[in-house]
Design a protein around this ligand. Structure first.
Ligand SMILES: [Zn+2]
Length: 270
């Protein structure tokens, strides 16, 4: 019997501190900085990811079940979410694309105009006709009466309609088999094409459309820098400028602290 392959090497990178410094230098001088986050950024908030060491699919492949440590309603943004928000405050972040539906980026204070939630948001409903988003409570969507309101669900008499156009209201969550949201995908692609620094956090980049965005960044601007902060492998490991195999919260916090110092030094040289 052979030894199992060790796929994950959390925090074992001997060059991690140097890579963090290099990543900070690239981010501090970025002209068009785009972030892309997957489920890995929320594991430190107690929400399991898919392909990480304790991921839902990793455990399923081992015949085990994932036990969610915390409910979505009580999960809090972690230092990784707040570090990205700090890049927004510094005026560096041009767009954050996320695959996550956990509402933790909006709750960390990311401006809606700087955020594309590719797979929707568990707290939001949207009009199928005019694409306006609504908070579930504001629109009067009672989940006990009307369920989750997925696109595939039958319309229930009395369910709220869009106040603007009377269109059908559905959950903003994109499930398998649902069409991807075109507007959000267009914005994500437009910014990926312009990105000179593209940072991927906590995504295995194995599923479309996730991998199209870093691919687009590298293809459009040959000098574009790709930074990966991820536990586990991605198909982009070989073409990444910097690959940090570590937990995202602490890593991003360190990077952003260094970015802040670089900017201070630049604006107020000693
Ligand atoms: Zn509408």
């Amino acid at each position: 019997m052979t030894e199992p392959i060790q796929c994950f090497t959390p925090n074992s990178d001997p060059n991690k501190e140097q890579k963090i410094a290099d990543a900070a230098a690239l981010i501090a001088t970025a002209k068009h900085l785009v972030f892309f986050t997957g489920a890995g950024i929320s594991t430190e908030s107690g929400i399991p990811d898919f392909r990480g060491p304790e991921g839902v699919w990793t455990l399923r492949d081992q015949g085990k079940k994932s036990k969610r440590k915390i409910s979505l309603a009580t999960a809090q943004p972690n230092s990784g979410h707040f570090a990205i928000r700090q890049l927004q405050e510094l005026g560096l972040l041009k767009l954050l694309i996320t695959q996550n539906t956990d509402n933790l980026h909006p709750r960390s204070g990311i401006h809606p105009d700087l955020l594309v939630q590719l797979h929707g948001n568990s707290m939001l409903m949207k009009c199928l006709n005019c694409n306006t988003f609504y908070d579930r409570k504001t629109i009067g969507w009672d989940m006990k009466k009307f369920g989750k309101g997925y696109r595939s669900q039958k319309i229930i008499p009395g369910q709220p309609r869009c106040p603007k156009c009377l269109g059908r209201i559905i959950s903003s969550i994109i499930n398998f088999g649902d069409p991807m949201p075109e507007d959000e995908m267009d914005i994500a692609m437009e910014h990926s094409e312009k990105a000179d620094v593209f940072v991927v956090v906590g995504s295995s980049l194995c599923v479309a459309p996730a991998y199209h965005y870093p691919e687009e960044a590298i293809n459009k601007i040959p000098a574009a820098k790709l930074i990966l902060i991820n536990l586990g492998e991605t198909p982009f490991d070989d073409c990444a400028t910097i690959h940090i195999s570590a937990k995202s919260g602490e890593t991003l916090e360190k990077i952003v602290t260094k970015v802040t110092s670089i900017l201070k030094e630049r604006d107020h040289p000693k």
